[in-house]
Design a protein around this ligand. Structure first.
Ligand code: C2E
Ligand code: CA
Ligand code: CA
Length: 754
């Protein structure tokens, strides 16, 4: 029998075969085969070797659980094989078998780590028991090892979980010294674990937070009263750049943590008390959250555009200043600053430039302040200031003057030079009010007073102003009712051709028959209507009133006269103006050629493309267009050229300048030559004196409107004037030309010879 044939084919040391693998080594074939026979019924995997070299070859090839080793072999001793096994740390137990060898040999084998010793001849039971014992011991050892490595792995896992936690996890002993801290501490604070173990926790805590830390870290309770989420700032290791790197400045070398700490106790069952042995805690880095919270609260109290405190923060500061002033018996000033002409810039140059102007203006105001003063943006172009601890009113006046002066320099908005000024109202605590609201309201009233008196200045509040402001509020309220109560009326101011002395048209001007205050001119109430969104319903009303009145004109011989109407920018902006106009003319059967629309230059600049479109439509319909108040707005000749314009109205402010018939008034002359150059019709407004009229006529402007000829008059008066004029003129020469209806024709004057 070839014993080698019992070998299984060489397999990998760890085969799927779970049977114990045994190596049987004996040089005597009879003994080897009887050994083999003894064990073959068992569930073992058997391999045999008949000499030392063969045994070594098997040992290098396969992994054995047990080696049954004959100590005496022809080529080497069993000891040498065991030395080989030990030297190579080959796993597997050895049972030595020997016959006549002395006990020394057996002891030598046991010293080399043999598991047991069998003396030949051994009994079958003896052999089987020894083998089974060896294998059993081995199984236990392997199980132990597996459990040990499992334990080690799970320890590693907990360690890993603790160390890779985003939070700092620590334990403190009863003295408050670190006994454990996870790796995260190094990343967040820049201290190594070793640096901290044994140190008192207070080395990490920001000085101002020590008190709170003591409370949190000394936590001994374990129930729900244990401290939860205490916010603390921790120090980072200077010089390590810990805590996030470059961006972290003072605040960031401190880290805000939220701390959860719980007392740790040793359960002492016998005494039934628990002995405190330390604190376990988790510290979470909430620096980012804190920063986000700071940003949010900053935004809630600041104006985004100018970065100034907003209305809320201002009230807060003013409240504190009032309390201080009360305590110290001092005065303080509240100022209300409103930029003049801001709306004009915003409307003409657009919101982006408007915003830029606000930012620049805010910066200039800020530069005028002392430490402790608060400048806030109230909204729009309104700013408020509180000057605490005022020595006297002079201080407030000095600052208001400084404001006005600082705003005087032109503002550069991407190449556009803009001039603005401001109206400033000042109220003093406690004289002008003792509460925040009262002070603000009175500063506001004083500011309105400055506006009313021509803007660009400052004024201290005075009780008498209250009447004026009450009047204003009452006016706004009653204007809403004026429409319903039919209190509005169109007046007409004739336009006269001085060459002939005849009326060639009239401008419609709105009047308000105020039930208490009598007849109010447009200038006294329309600005409020613009502010309050009442301009649209009022303009709707105007359109109807003008058409009805025009039918009366025409019924009384006024067909040849042109009616000029003032178009509010708000009305033009609302896309349906053109439709409304056309609808009204059709409904009343009025020729568009009899209508002229007056717009201001600023309409053209705000949204030129849209304005051109609207005006073109009007022209196509046959309505003509006049530029009102020419020379006072942000006019640009380039725009003028592109606009479908027929008439220029010289603003009254230029006409008022004329005092000398033989004088030289270059603006007037320039306007006249522009009109001539562009082939436009000219009307001079606000003509009050003969001198003005003669100068204008001599220089080429012959259509005039002003008190010199007629004040704005009611429809009845206007019809009277018309009838009177018609009576005076001879019927045969009354009308020489009809009003031109073709659009592209120059709006010729109607030459009516007396
Ligand atoms: P405007 O279009 O420039 O009107 C001329 C203003 O000058 C009118 O004031 C008129 O009464 C006044 N005026 C006329 N001749 C003279 C004069 O010789 N000397 C002086 N000192 N003033 C004279 P009013 O009626 O208060 O109108 C003010 C502004 O209100 C008008 O300025 C016009 O822009 C607007 N407006 C008037 N009526 C209407 C209207 O029905 N609709 C719209 N949208 N605006 C109107
Ligand atoms: Ca006008
Ligand atoms: Ca005008």
């Amino acid at each position: 029998m070839n014993l080698n044939s019992f070998d299984l084919a060489p397999v990998e040391p760890l085969s799927n075969d779970n049977r114990p693998r045994l190596l049987l080594v004996d040089d005597e074939p009879r003994l080897l085969s009887s050994l083999y026979e003894l064990l073959r019924d068992r569930d073992y995997h058997l391999v045999t070797a008949t000499c030392g070299s063969e045994a070594l070859a098997q040992l290098t090839k396969l992994k054995f659980d047990l080696i049954l080793l004959d100590l005496r072999l022809p080529d080497m001793s069993g000891h040498e094989i065991m030395d080989y096994i030990n030297a190579r740390e080959i796993d597997g137990d050895v049972i030595v078998m020997s016959g006549d060898v002395g006990i020394e040999a057996a002891i030598g084998a046991l010293k080399r780590g043999a598991y047991d010793y069998l003396r030949k001849p051994y009994s079958r039971e003896e052999l089987l028991k020894t083998v089974e014992n060896a294998l059993q011991k081995r199984r236990l050892a392997i199980d132990n090892e597996r459990i040990a490595s499992k334990l080690e792995n799970s320890e590693k896992m907990y360690r890993y979980l603790v160390d890779s936690s985003p939070d700092i996890i620590y334990t403190l002993n009863h003295e408050g010294k670190f006994t454990f801290v996870n790796d995260r501490v190094q990343q967040l604070l820049g201290f190594t674990r070793e640096e901290l173990i044994g140190k008192h926790y207070s080395v990490l805590v920001h000085d101002e937070d020590q008190e709170r830390a003591r409370y949190a870290f000394n936590e001994r309770r374990v129930d729900e009263r244990a401290s939860r989420n205490v916010e603390l700032r921790l120090k980072c290791n200077p010089g390590t750049g810990a805590g996030g790197g470059i961006e972290r400045t003072f605040n960031n070398t401190l880290m805000t943590i939220s701390l959860n700490a719980i007392g740790m106790h040793i359960p002492d069952h016998e005494v039934k008390t628990r002995e405190f042995f330390g604190t376990y805690g988790v510290a979470r880095d909430i620096t980012d959250r804190k920063r986000a919270e700071e940003v949010i609260s900053y935004q809630a109290y600041h104006d985004i555009l100018t970065d100034l405190p907003n209305r809320m923060l201002f009230k807060d500061r003013l409240g504190l200043a009032v309390i201080q002033a009360k305590r110290k018996l001092t005065e303080l000033a509240v100022m209300f600053v409103d930029l003049d002409r801001f709306k004009l810039v915003n409307d003409t140059l657009g919101h982006v430039k408007g915003d830029e102007l606000l930012q620049q203006a805010a910066q200039r105001l800020k530069d005028c302040l002392r430490r402790g003063d608060t400048l806030a943006r109230q909204g729009g172009d309104e700013f408020t200031i509180v000057l605490p601890e005022l020595r006297d009113r002079q201080d407030a006046k000095a600052i208001a003057d400084k404001f006005l002066e600082s705003l005087q320099r032109p503002f550069d908005l991407d190449g556009h030079q803009v001039h603005i000024s401001a109206s400033i109202g000042i109220a003093i605590y406690p004289g002008d009010g003792e509460t925040i609201d009262e002070l603000l309201r009175h500063a506001d009233i004083a500011m309105y007073q400055v506006k009313a008196l021509g803007k660009n200045g400052h004024s201290f509040y005075h009780n008498s102003m209250l009447d004026v402001s009450h009047q204003k509020i009452a006016l706004e309220q009653s204007l809403r009712k004026a429409l319903e109560h039919n209190e509005l009326e169109m007046y007409y101011q004739p336009q006269v051709d001085v060459a002939t002395g005849r009326i060639i048209g009239a401008e419609g001007l709105m009047r308000w028959n105020h039930p208490q205050r009598g007849l109010l001119a447009a200038g006294e109430f329309l600005p409020f209507a613009e502010e309050n969104g009442l301009m649209l319903p009022i303009s709707d009303w105007m359109l109807g009133a003008l058409c009805r009145d025009l039918l009366q004109w025409n019924a009384n011989g006024g067909e040849a006269l042109r009616l000029s109407l003032n178009l509010s920018p708000q009305y033009l902006d609302r896309g349906d103006f053109f439709e409304k106009m056309r609808g009204a003319l059709t409904r009343y059967g009025i020729s568009p050629a009899q209508i002229e629309v007056e717009i201001t230059e600023n309409i053209c600049i705000r949204n030129p493309q849209y304005a051109i479109e609207q005006l073109n439509k009007l022209c196509q319909l046959g309505v003509s267009v006049a530029i009102d108040d020419f020379g006072t707005g942000y006019s640009s000749l380039a725009y003028l050229h592109r606009f479908p314009i027929h008439t220029i109205k010289i603003d009254q402010s230029f006409v008022k300048e004329i005092h000398d018939e033989n004088g030289h008034y270059p603006v007037i002359l320039a306007i006249i030559s522009i009109a001539r150059g562009l082939g436009l019709h000219l009307v001079a407004e606000g003509v009050e004196t003969e001198v003005q009229a003669r100068y204008l006529e001599a220089n080429g402007c012959s259509t005039m409107q002003g008190y010199l000829y007629h004040r704005p008059i009611s429809l009845t008066s206007f019809i009277d004037v018309l009838q009177e004029q018609n009576r005076r003129s001879s019927p045969s020469v009354a009308v020489l030309h009809a009003v031109p209806s073709a659009v592209d024709e120059q709006p010729a004057m109607i030459a009516i010879q007396a």
